[in-house]
Design a protein around this ligand. Structure first.
Ligand code: FAD
Length: 573
């Protein structure tokens, strides 16, 4: 008789036990042993931009998952192995006599390459691979296929493709037991336990070879701590893990009217503790919450509401609509691959000569026009935006919340992304996307890139003349300025009349309120007063500069595969 399967279950985008089609497939094999593992992928550990807050969220998710596994089988847990999957698996398959490798499908550009390599390694080792979709409502590749082979660039395309694919599957329950893991020797590693690699040092020195022990400092495959990894302490209070995610979802679902009538454009970006939207995005990113669980528990409330004759919201503004947006960006990324992540080479992304001369000589393909914003000015705009010292309290409050907590409301993201790009600074969206990549606890490559393109009017959205005012927009939501007072405490005592335009307050009042408006925000105190910067430009003037720039670029009509920046100018390819 055939030997019973010995299975590695490889956790990646799915740090949960509930509704995991891949885990269910692994268990259907009726394995004699099942190793739940996580591999230390250098691509994410050392090359991606990950700030301490997202690190902490990941470690939280891993710890919670490991505890839940142990609850189902005291002999088991999440085994963290500190080596790249591409080099680890050939050795591990042999040592642990593995017959099957099972994981959730990941359509990120890098992940596809990695998984293709791992599947080849498995094939060479005679190991069967099972891959199941579970990360999005629809398989992104199926969305593309049913969108005539094209990236999904609008909600209506997602809905049309979704209709052809069929109903979104109902979630499946979590397992109630798990098989034992086998022996966990790593004789190939010939190592003794030692300290964790210092991530900061490795990033600084570009040396990835300095893994310490594959099984961690105590040789027990444990989830590392922030200190062990040499990481700065996290400042966010948002915590990761499937247990918390399911509790958060249940609390939301319990509030039936919130769930059934949710309309994204009506949720306040200035609300904090509690925020106005679900804050489930980091759980979606790490897979500590299943998107189908989220979708169906919401949809059931919506259906019951409708059945009772009550009004419920609909996509795209409803809660389920938000999940469809997520699928849209995954569908775009699935088709475009690496090209999706940048302007260069991307046929869907408009080429905007951000802060470069913006008129094109059609004969030579060279730019002859004036600079809208020179390099040094653009760089200083960028830094002041990033550091929350633009002098526009609404923008600065958001950027400070982002750095501190790793999450800001969607319309807050709108405000700062549009301000950096086509609605203020005229700086390239890729610079902003990098900052978000580092600081967001919910950073999802597809969603971050797609939304930055949307807000910069380079793809998905094109109404560049609709610019958010950093004064009128927040005032609509928060007349008192509570949000600004919370995140820009220098202005806490300012009268609400000036809270979004503190530079307009008479100097005597500024002094009476303990903060003077001057300088560029590098200094935060001067004598007996705190200091908050002057606005770094006249918003109305800069708004016009941006609209003109976008108008020109739209007229020229180039995309990322038509033009290229070279030596401080740009040319047609
Ligand atoms: P809710 O409103 O409660 O929505 C529920 C879920 O739907 C979210 O958890 C999320 O998974 C999904 N969702 C909602 N809005 C969007 C959207 N516009 N695009 C994609 N998915 C959405 N979202 C990320 O998950 N990761 C990112 O890296 C990211 N970067 C962004 C960058 C910019 C410039 C902008 C404008 C938006 C970005 N978003 C990103 C989308 C959106 O802002 C967040 O998903 C949302 O604010 C998360 O809060 P929530 O969970 O309370 O959302």
């Amino acid at each position: 008789p055939k030997a019973k399967p010995r299975v590695v279950y490889w956790f990646r985008t799915d740090l949960r036990l509930h509704d995991s089609p891949a885990l269910a497939a692994a268990l259907e094999l009726k394995p004699s042993v099942l190793y739940p593992i996580w591999t230390w992928d250098p691509h994410y550990v050392y090359r991606a931009r990950v700030g301490p807050n997202r690190w902490k969220f990941l470690l939280d998710c891993q710890s919670d998952l490991s505890t839940s596994i142990t609850e189902l089988n005291p002999k088991s847990k999440l085994f963290l192995i500190r080596e790249a999957p591409q080099t680890l698996f050939p050795k591990l398959f042999k040592e642990w006599k593995i017959t099957h490798l099972v994981f959730e499908k990941d359509t990120d550009a890098y992940a596809r390459d990695r998984d293709a390599e791992v599947m080849q390694i498995a094939k060479d080792a005679g190991v069967q691979v099972i891959v199941k979709m579970g990360r999005t409502l629809y398989d992104p590749d199926a969305l593309v296929q049913h969108n005539h082979g094209k990236p999904t660039m609008s909600m209506s395309q997602v809905q049309a493709a979704g209709k052809q694919i069929g109903d979104i599957a109902r979630p499946i329950p979590a397992p109630t037991s798990l098989p034992d893991p086998g022996e966990t020797t790593l004789s190939f590693a010939q190592e003794k336990p030692g300290p964790e690699p210092d991530i900061n040092a490795i990033q600084r020195d570009g040396n990835e070879a300095s893994y310490s022990s594959l099984a961690g400092p105590n040789g027990d495959f444990a989830v590392p701590t922030m200190e062990e990894l040499g990481l700065k302490e996290a400042t966010t209070l948002h915590r990761g893990g499937e247990t918390i995610a399911l509790d958060m979802l249940s609390a939301i679902i319990k509030n039936e009217s919130y769930t059934a009538t949710f309309e994204k454009p009506k949720t306040a970006p200035t609300a904090f503790s509690p925020q106005a939207t679900t804050l489930l995005s980091p759980h979606m990113h790490f897979g500590s919450l299943s998107c189908r669980e989220f979708y169906w528990r919401v949809q059931d409330v919506v259906d019951a509401y409708k059945k009772a004759g009550k009004h419920a919201s609909e996509p795209p503004t409803s809660l389920t609509g938000q999940l469809l947006f997520r699928d849209m960006y995954f569908g775009a990324q699935a088709k475009l691959g690496y090209a999706f992540g940048q302007t260069y080479g991307n046929p869907q992304c408009r080429f905007i000569p951000w802060h470069l001369p913006s008129e094109i000589d059609t004969a030579t393909g060279l730019i002859t026009g004036r600079y809208l914003t020179d390099n040094a000015t653009a760089e200083s705009y960028f830094l002041r935006w990033k550091e929350g010292r633009t002098g526009f309290p609404w923008i600065d409050a958001l950027m400070r919340q982002l750095r501190l907590e790793g999450w800001i409301h969607h319309l807050g993201r709108h405000a700062v992304a549009s301000f950096l790009t086509r609605g203020g600074c005229y700086v390239d969206w890729e610079r902003g996307a990098e900052v978000f990549e580092e600081w967001l606890i919910d950073h999802e490559a597809a969603c971050n890139i797609g939304n930055w393109q949307w807000l910069s009017c380079t793809a998905f959205f094109s109404q560049f003349y609709r610019v958010y005012s950093p004064v009128a927009f927040p005032a609509k939501w928060d007349k008192e300025g509570a949000f600004v007072r919370r995140y820009v405490p220098e202005l806490a005592r300012f009268d609400k009349k000036y809270i979004y335009e503190p530079w307009k307050a008479p100097i005597a009042d500024q002094k009476a309120w303990g903060c003077v408006i001057r300088g560029d925000g590098v200094k935060s105190e001067e004598g007996e007063y705190r200091v908050y910067p002057k606005p770094m430009f006249d918003f109305a003037t800069q708004r016009e500069v941006c609209i003109q720039g976008l108008k020109n670029a739209y007229k020229v009509g180039l995309h990322g595969n038509d033009a290229k920046v070279l030596d401080g100018t740009w040319r047609k390819l």
